[in-house]
Design a protein around this ligand. Structure first.
Ligand code: FAD
Length: 466
């Protein structure tokens, strides 16, 4: 029987990063994965969705912007088969990259489903049914999450689908109904909207991306409506029926009116839930909370002292970079180090166009917490860079403490917000004031100037270009 210092179950961004960090720190490490390396993120999440967002963005630009840029082309056509094939190629290259990294770091990759025999022994069952037992001094559970289901909209993989099927359709839907106006729903809705589908979003809350700053939600709704997306907010879905060639969705809005929508696909994008099936948690007595997430203490340690859990399978934002930080944290703790994660500084991003990104406190949270704050905002339309590229929608907004000027939140909707938010994270990590940001030189012309200008506006209401 092979013995390891650390066994990691699940090779998503949480698990494979944990394994690499463990190996770097000198631990003999194994990683157990029942599907492809890379987990949800590389195979059916972050990477394929961004691949399709990029392809559809190119097409949308060609159709809507090329002429004005002075580029005359014949009417572009979507070759959807090629688009999906390219996406798969991107996935395969990334998965191969993780395989390479496992080899480079001398991590044993055990293909199969991992289940606890006891706190220090794991049985790995391969697809062909063969089993092997390993011994592990410590185990890190990183088994991730799966799409949440709605009892009245049971997914069937054909017409009523999850994000996994939406990333691998064989045709561009004529009308895609998206249940849930969160990140995944709006990103995949954007893909098909750009490719020519009619897209209708039905959201139970009174606004889309409800967890993000309200101003971002309002602006995103406005811009996506301008692009043609249709929204029903404060509307609860009551049933979805697969009619064979199309679907019928029924919902009730806050006035109590019944709405019926006909589409050819319904995408259920109402969040994800922790996945612990087949792990045999009961055998070792690892506790889960009321939502099925593995309970951990501040060190991501479960109630069984040599078993840890990270990523989507524990509480917190279901994001790849959060999972990665947690993987690193557990590995370094095992090596006797004292790492720390500031969960307030995990940025959230929506890869629509314009992109949306936020870090720190939202304005709603500051109000609720009774914090005295000031706001500085700057519109992208006042940026030379944004006008040059015709990306003038959006704004950057900085929330700073009214008395100390410390930056408490950075919220951006606009071109490349996903990359720009790193400045907000850096500033807040070093507890910068709005004035600190406003006095740093930002290259001209760049989208990042919106952050400097928003900081100027927050510091002393003295943005230069607005
Ligand atoms: C459509 C979509 C788009 C997304 N886009 C983004 C994005 O842009 N940015 C972002 O930060 N996040 C995004 N996410 C979320 C992101 O994918 C997850 O937060 C991230 O993958 C979580 O990582 P993880 O390591 O915790 O788990 P996962 O990536 O879910 O990996 C868990 C792995 O464990 C394996 N496993 C489970 N049980 C066992 C077992 N018993 N034995 C062996 N293996 C097992 C699974 O097969 C899987 O490979 C997206 C998600 C979706 C669905």
């Amino acid at each position: 029987m092979s013995s390891y210092d650390v066994a990691v179950i699940g090779a998503g961004p949480g698990g494979y990063v944990a394994a690499i960090r463990c190996a770097q720190l000198g631990f003999k490490t194994a990683i157990i994965e029942k599907q492809a390396l890379g987990g949800t993120c590389l195979n059916v999440g972050c990477i394929p969705s961004k691949a399709l967002l990029d392809s559809s963005h190119h097409y949308y630009d060609a159709v809507t912007h090329f002429k004005e840029h002075g580029i005359d082309i014949d009417t572009p056509k979507v070759n959807f088969t090629q688009m999906i094939a390219r996406k798969q190629n991107v996935i395969d290259t990334n998965v191969a990259g993780i395989e390479y990294l496992m080899g480079k770091n001398n991590i044993d990759v055990l293909k199969g489903t991992g289940a606890f025999k006891d706190a220090t022994h794991i049985i790995v069952t391969a697809v062909d049914g063969s089993t092997q037992e390993i011994e592990a001094k410590n185990t890190i559970i990183a088994t991730g999450s799966v799409s949440s289901e709605l009892p009245f909209a049971p997914t069937d993989g054909t017409r009523i689908i999850t994000s996994t099927e939406a990333l691998a359709l064989t045709e561009v839907p004529a009308h895609l109904i998206v249940i849930g106006g969160g990140v995944i729903g709006l990103e995949l809705g954007s893909v098909y909207l750009r490719l020519g589908s009619q897209v209708t979003v039905v959201e139970y809350a009174d606004r889309v991306i409800p967890g993000m700053d309200g101003a971002l939600s309002k602006e995103l709704t406005k811009v996506l409506k301008k692009q043609g997306m249709k929204f029903y907010t404060s509307t609860g879905v009551t049933s979805v029926v697969n009619n064979g060639n199309d679907v019928t969705l029924k919902a009730t809005n806050k006035k109590g009116e019944e709405i019926e929508i006909q589409g050819d696909y319904a995408l259920v994008a109402v969040g994800r839930r922790a996945f612990t099936g087949s792990l045999g948690l009961d055998t070792v007595g690892v506790e889960v909370d009321e939502r099925g997430r593995i309970k951990t203490n501040g060190h991501l340690q479960t109630n069984v002292s040599n078993i840890y859990a990270i990523g989507d399978v524990v509480a917190g934002a279901m994001l790849a970079h959060k999972a990665e930080e947690e993987g690193t944290l557990v590995a370094e703790q095992l090596a006797g180090q004292k790492p720390h994660i500031d969960y307030n500084l995990i940025p959230g991003v929506v890869y629509t166009w314009p992109e949306v990104a936020g870090v720190g406190k939202t304005e709603e949270q500051l109000k609720e917490e009774g914090v005295e704050y000031k706001v500085g905002s700057f519109p992208f339309k006042a940026l030379g860079r944004a006008r040059a590229s015709m990306d003038t929608d959006g704004f950057a907004k900085i929330l700073a403490d009214k008395n100390t000027d410390e930056v408490l939140g950075v919220h951006i909707i606009g071109a490349r917000a996903a990359d720009l938010i790193a400045e907000g994270v850096t500033a807040m990590e070093f507890r910068a004031s709005a004035e600190d940001i406003s006095r740093m030189s930002h290259a001209h012309p760049t989208f990042s100037e919106a952050i400097k200008e928003a900081a100027l506006a927050a510091t002393a209401n003295r943005a230069i270009h607005a």
